[in-house]
Design a protein around this ligand. Sequence first.
Ligand SMILES: [Mn+2]
Length: 435
Amino acid sequence: MNLDSTIKETAKKAVNLLLKHEFVRIYTHYDADGISAGAILAKALFRINKNFQISFLKGLNDFEPEDVPLSIFVDMGSGYSEKISSINSDVIILDHHRPDGDIKPRKTFFHLNPHLFGIDGSYEVSASGVAYIFAREFGDNRDLASLAVLGAVGDKQRFTGLNGEILKEGIELGCIEVNRSVNLSSGKLSKALTTSFEPFLDFYKKEDELQQFFKKIGIEGDKEVDELTTKELQKLADALALRLLKIGAYEGVFEQIIGKRILVKNLPIKNSITLVDIVNSCGRIGATSTAFSILLGDEKALKEGIEISEKFKIEILEEVQKKRNEVRDGFCIRYLVMDDAPSTSPVATILSRYLFPDKPLVVLNIKKDGKAKVSARTTEKIAQKLDLAEVMRLSAIKVNGIGGGHRVAAGASIPSGKIEEFLKEVDRLCCVMLA
Ligand SMILES: [Mn+2]
């Protein structure tokens, strides 16, 4: 691998620090990227008989430093300069989120973040990739490239730059294979089409439309996705494009239908999309140890994870079904208010990219603790003019909440009594930016 030498040098120094310690305390994010990165570190540390403890967190807002000699923060940390500066022990950060503020370390500190080395951390390397670069420096851990790639798939990254190099390394070693195929989970075609979130195809509880769809393309719904011939795949891809057009999906999702399908051959499920789905579902319902065990190769956990993922997907599809008629129009936005829903982010993504892509969409979830959790989503096209992170940040400040995120996907936490005032401000700011 032809790594940028500076990030590699820093990784080497961080490894020297790691090797000086008897015990490592690891904190990582609870999504597919964070859990894959955690699995990379766990496997690599097992191989050198290093003791460690790992926790999966949503973020560092409520983090309290523990009395441990070395802490490693994974897929988080770069954006929490104050928290990190308050830690009175050695620290290593393996993150790819944009650094925010100055970290003033009290002890030895190494910061491995692509943004600090001129590499685009949003698209070209994930936390799993950074963890992989780190792990490569203390053993022959190249077989963990598949986990690095899995994390990047989870974060919807591109396979150019550093990700491209890691992918290539895995292919050369034989633990990764890349095919051209449709972006669907493995399993029966009818089920894959009904339960897919990206692309979301709106076939849930529309059995007749699904049967017609199969009749038109002349492929049986019982057929396994992995067994489709090249000709069938082409036919399917064309028909899926028409389907997306019919439901009014954002045009940017069309190119997602057909593409490189990455097979992670030394992991328990080879289709990376299916595996990411399972790991993410487990993470979202709090079953992080199940997700982690799956990636470490535990078969019982895998069975459990598959069940969790199927249940989770149905829950989200039901939620979309129930709530799509409750989406309301503002001037420049659409919004939806939900009451203590289990998870808003997948619902917001489906509604904003597939069913209502022409305006930014704001989903508010009123929680029992008197707060409302906000997920705001829009398409890359609209985000050329509008920055949802700024909209969330400014609108939240106005009602004593906090907000931020990315241009296309942002969020906030606000007092639930201030929902109307908040929405008004969001709408006003969106109108100003879009004008
Ligand atoms: Mn990540």
